[in-house]
Structures are given as C-alpha cells and as structure tokens.
Design a binder for this molecule. Structure first.
Ligand code: C2O
Length: 345
C-alpha cells in the first residue's frame, strides 16, 4: 500500500539533534479535515516561470525579498509563515509522523522514491503562498542552476547580508566567488576553477545519465506503507543533492545547520532554490529519453500522499499522481542550456 501522511493531529516529537533550537516540527493544527488537491484550471491559472537564480533582474530580487519578508513577518502559528514552512521539512524528515496505519514506524521522505514528489509538492505550496503574499500569482521561485558553469556559485542574491535571503548559518568559505563542488564530501577539492567546472559537468553526466538509466535508479527504491524508511536513494538524491546541502551548511555549527541537516535546512532560503533545481532535474531527466525515462507506474508510488497547507490556508491532501506534470501545476522552468549532456566521464 502507498505511504500516506496521517491526520496531522498525530504529529509527534521529532528526532532532533541536541543543538536544535526547536522542540517540535509539527504544523499548526487545522480545524477542518484535509481536502483533496484540485489540479489548477489551465484556462484561469497563470503559468509561472521559475528563473535561474543567477540570471534574474534587480526587480525580481526585490519582489522575492518582499515575499520572504512577508512570510517571515507572519507568526509561527500561521501555516504560511516562513517558520512553519521550514518546519514542514523537519516534520517529514525527522520522524514526526508515522505512515497512516503504521503507528510507531517513521515516515521519511528521503532515501526512497518519495524524494522527488514530496519536494515537488513542498515547493509548489511554498510558491503559491509566497506569490499570494505579494499579490502576484505569476511569481515563480528561483532555481539554483548549479549544473551549469554560470550557476556554480552560491547565487549572489542569497549572500547579501542585508537581504531576507541571507542566512548566517552557512559555510563562510563557500561564499562567492568560490565554485561549488558537486561531489563535495566535507573536504575541499584542490581543483583550479576550470578543472572544478569540468569535474562538476562530469558529475552531472554520471548521475543523470550513466547512473540513471531506469526509473527505479533515478527515483530511488520502492517505499510502501509498513516498510522501514530509507530503502535507498536515487542517483541524483544521492549526488549532487546531498553534497550541495553539506557544502552550504556551516561546519562550525553542531549539526551543520542550516543546510547541512534535515531539521534545519528549510530555515535557509537557499534550500528552496537548491530544491527547485533538483525538481527541474526530474523534468530534465524525463526529456533526455522519452521512451526509457518515464515516471514510475506502481500505484504504491502514484497514490502516496502528503498533507500541506495552501495559501488560503487550508489543509490539502496531494498525491504523487497529481504532480507528475509541471504544466498541470502551472509552472515551468526557464529554459537554460544543459552543458553536461556531452560531458561523458
Ligand atoms: Cu528534503 Cu534536500 O532535503
């Protein structure tokens, strides 16, 4: 059977590291039962385009800042607040829930085939909330284009200390102009810039092409209700998803906060840009080989479901099958080159 998020009133304490500054990650309670997700109507819902973070205008940055500021200004008890949104990640990653029908087991959205769809849903509602707070239903959140040379630095808008997008809990050595290492394992590489770029492109080819020939290798192992969590990540969840987190978080914090730990990662606005690029990789991967790169057809994947608050804010149950096509969710990614496509290792 599919993993389903239970009634949120069953949300319990999280497995937090001793350094955590929160006690719980549970969302604010809902006074109504969740409603089933309704696919937006294509005729009346504008299409959002998510831009590459390094390529946006000053106007865009100002708008995005205003949106994050508005989320941060809401009280934590409001499910649309930045704090409540950040805790969503913690709740689904640090054991606050048990799959419906399996009390006592941990619901974990990483290290399995739930990774891509869970994070797609999470960003989708985050973006709707942000857009509604700035009165712009066409606003698309940025993606950190770390798979192309121009995007291989921490995007500038996140590193301005006076910005809402800044987070002091990052690795100070990795501020621009430092190039990211998509294979980062905690040790600084000794590459020159051009070697690092070349290496990163080969890492992308390796993870997206060589190691992802089938849906199960790309998405990760099956994880059904009653299974132990962490059945096994897909190639891209493993690398570069993990290394980008570790590279960004502060190694001098007790648990590599913020980006370097599940419970705290959502506190860094950079998280959402990182995950927008991960989400983009799902679409890119499907486009690389229309015949073999397909979504999983197992109903235990398609009917897995999660709970999120939308911008109104009402509690919504959304299934994996609702989010396979980003056009149906009314967003797209800015079309940018894929220089790693020819970077066979
Ligand atoms: Cu839910 Cu990038 O981790």
């Amino acid at each position: 059977d599919p993993v389903a998020t239970p009634d949120i009133s069953t949300c319990g304490p999280a497995d937090l590291p001793p350094s955590a500054n929160v006690l719980t990650c549970c969302p604010p309670p809902s006074n109504a039962l969740p409603v089933a997700f309704d696919t937006p109507d294509a005729a009346s819902s504008p299409l959002r385009t998510r831009p590459a973070a390094h390529s946006v205008t000053a106007d865009y940055v100002a708008k995005f800042n205003a949106g994050i500021a508005a989320m941060k200004a809401l009280p934590a008890g409001d499910p649309r607040s930045f704090a409540a949104q950040a805790s969503v990640h913690c709740a689904y990653c640090d054991g606050s829930y048990s799959p419906d029908g399996f009390p006592g087991m941990e619901l974990q959205v990483h290290n399995s085939w739930l990774f891509f769809p869970f994070h797609r849903c999470y960003l989708y509602f985050f973006e709707r909330i942000l857009g509604s707070l700035i009165g712009d239903p066409t606003f698309g959140i940025p993606f950190w284009n770390w798979d192309a040379p121009d995007g291989m630095r921490m995007p500038a808008m996140y590193t301005d200390q006076s910005s809402q997008l800044f987070d002091p809990r990052r690795d100070g050595r990795h501020a621009p102009p430092k190039l990211i290492d998509l294979d980062y394992n905690g040790r600084e590489s000794r590459f020159t810039d051009s070697q690092q770029i070349d290496h990163n492109l080969r890492v992308m080819y390796r993870q997206m092409v060589s190691l992802s020939p089938t849906p199960s290798l790309f998405f990760g192992s099956a994880y059904r209700a009653g299974d132990d969590p962490n059945q096994g990540p897909g190639a891209v969840e493993n690398i570069p998803h993990g290394p980008v987190h570790i590279w960004s978080g502060d190694p001098n914090q007790p648990a590599s906060e913020d980006m370097g730990n599940f419970y705290s990662a959502g506190n860094d606005p950079l998280f959402y840009a990182h995950h927008a690029n991960i989400d983009r990789m799902w679409s890119v991967w499907k486009g690389l080989d229309a015949r073999r790169h397909t979504d999983i057809t197992d109903p235990d994947w398609l009917d897995a479901s999660f709970l999120f608050y939308d911008e109104t804010p009402k509690l919504v149950r959304i299934r994996v099958r609702d989010v396979l096509d980003t056009d149906r969710l009314r967003y797209r990614y800015q079309d940018v080159p894929l220089p790693w496509r020819t970077a066979r290792p």
